[in-house]
Design a protein around this ligand. Structure first.
Ligand SMILES: Cc1cc2nc3c(=O)[nH]c(=O)nc-3n(C[C@H](O)[C@H](O)[C@H](O)COP(=O)(O)OP(=O)(O)OC[C@H]3O[C@@H](n4cnc5c(N)ncnc54)[C@H](O)[C@@H]3O)c2cc1C
Length: 404
């Protein structure tokens, strides 16, 4: 039986980042994933590009991960939000966040966020994980069985290896077997929508500008990506539609798919062509009724899954990591019980209310913009226009969204 301080089940972006962060603080960690980690870097596995908030970027830097990104990240310097119908010009009351709305650091405006491709984050995570050899045991591909005792958790791996930990953190994604084992209920908000993801290259430079175009069938976002030798002007498209329509768009031939994108993009960045394959993901939101059980904490999508309308899912998971790390480091330094009820309750109190507020805001945005009711359309155009005229309100909003 080997002793570790903490076992993290699930080495997705949240579990792997938390493992690097805690191992860097001198804790002994066991990280388990049912999938082999190198395979997660494969380009065909995940087409997502993440919008990383500045607060999340700082945490990734502190965990030694940001420095290991294999390629450049793309700063988001301005954001245009428009309310429209496919094929129509964006509403003139659209909202624009410019560098003037961003907090200034060393004389320069801080970017609103950073775009990184999922496979680049994965490569950086895998590299950083291997740099913590002494402090971090990685069991992947592997699954564990967990027995929760009063003063420890006993973990048995499929290989027969046995471990003892003070605390288990479930970062297993939305299905979370440990959450189910603890009997924690989940509330699900089905949207009957799918997200279509594609990378496009376009004629004109994006200059770090992101576009969020709200359409009655679902939001359509263009997020700026860093250049490659082959494609100097690239963006990611994240496009939500009802499941039936999304499946139809997904199956279109290249010419029809390009024309559907152009219809929604308008003259935003000149003519655009999809590059490489498309991805389709079912969209829903869910939240766990509790984030904790004796000697167990939920983090990331195991605790909360958001509608990707605002690209906040992973950022909210990173906020869990920031809170957990602070509490665990403090407890570790004081020689306290890392799986004790006090630490667990403080964690839940610190993150759950804020996470619920982000979830409610994303759900509200989806409902407010996801229809063509003329009264709501008038109201939201007025709201966007008003925010456009109130720089102080814009700046306060931006600071919150940047996780600062
Ligand atoms: C279309 C789309 C676009 C998105 N865009 C953004 C964005 O721009 N910005 C953003 O912040 N977020 C975005 N998100 C959300 C983001 O992808 C998720 O929030 C994030 O992946 C959650 O990370 P996680 O580590 O908690 O869970 P996951 O990524 O689901 O990882 C869970 C890990 O646990 C492992 N696992 C599962 N079960 C077990 C088990 N029993 N034993 C061991 N291991 C197990 C899995 O193999 C996996 O590696 C988007 C989501 C979607 C669907």
């Amino acid at each position: 039986m080997q002793h570790v301080d903490i076992c993290i089940n699930g080495a997705g972006p949240v579990g792997a980042t938390l493992a690097c962060r805690l191992a860097a603080s001198g804790l002994k960690i066991l990280l388990i994933d049912r999938a082999p980690l190198p395979d997660m870097e494969h380009p065909s596995l995940d087409g997502r590009a993440y919008a990383i908030a500045e607060g999340s970027r700082r945490m990734l830097q502190a965990a030694g991960i940001w420095q290991n990104l294999p390629g450049p990240s793309q700063p988001i310097r301005s954001i245009t939000i428009s309310d429209g119908r496919p094929g129509e010009a964006a509403s003139p009351h659209g909202l624009r966040f410019s560098p003037d709305d961003a907090p200034v650091e060393n004389g320069d405006p801080t970017p609103f966020g950073w775009m990184i491709e999922a496979r680049d984050l994965r490569a950086a995570l895998n590299q950083t994980l291997t740099s913590h050899k002494g402090a971090l045991d990685i069991a992947a591909p592997e699954t564990g069985t967990f027995t929760f005792e009063t003063d420890h958790v006993a973990i048995t791996l499929g290989s027969g290896a046995r471990y003892k930990a003070a605390l288990v953190i479930a970062a297993e994604g939305r299905q979370s077997p440990l959450r189910q084992q603890a009997g924690i209920m989940v509330t699900r908000l089905p949207y009957n929508q799918c997200g279509l993801i594609s990378i496009i290259h376009h004629d004109r430079p994006h200059e770090g500008r992101a576009l969020e175009h709200f359409l009655p069938q679902g939001p359509f976002a263009r997020l700026p990506l860093p250049p490659t030798d082959e494609h100097p002007h690239r963006s990611a498209i994240v496009w939500a539609e009802s499941t039936k329509r999304a499946e139809r768009f997904y199956a279109l031939d290249d010419a029809a798919f390009t024309s559907a994108i152009m219809q929604r993009l308008g003259d935003d960045v000149g003519s655009a062509t999809p590059v490489g394959r498309r991805w389709i993901y079912p969209l829903s939101a869910q939240y766990a009724q509790r984030y904790i059980a004796p000697r167990l904490a939920l983090a990331g999508d195991s605790a909360h899954g958001l509608h990707p309308i605002a690209g906040q899912g992973l950022n909210v998971g990173f906020k869990d990591i920031i809170a957990l790390t602070e509490l665990i480091e403090e407890c570790f330094a004081n020689g306290g019980d890392l799986g004790g009820a006090d630490l667990l309750h403080r964690y839940q109190r610190r993150v759950r209310p804020g996470n619920m507020a982000v979830m409610a805001a994303c759900d509200g945005l989806e409902r407010l913009f996801g229809n063509d009711n003329p009264v709501l359309r008038f109201g939201r155009d007025l709201g966007l226009g008003a925010m456009n005229r109130l720089p102080a309100l814009r700046r306060a909003f931006v600071k919150k969204a940047m996780g600062l």
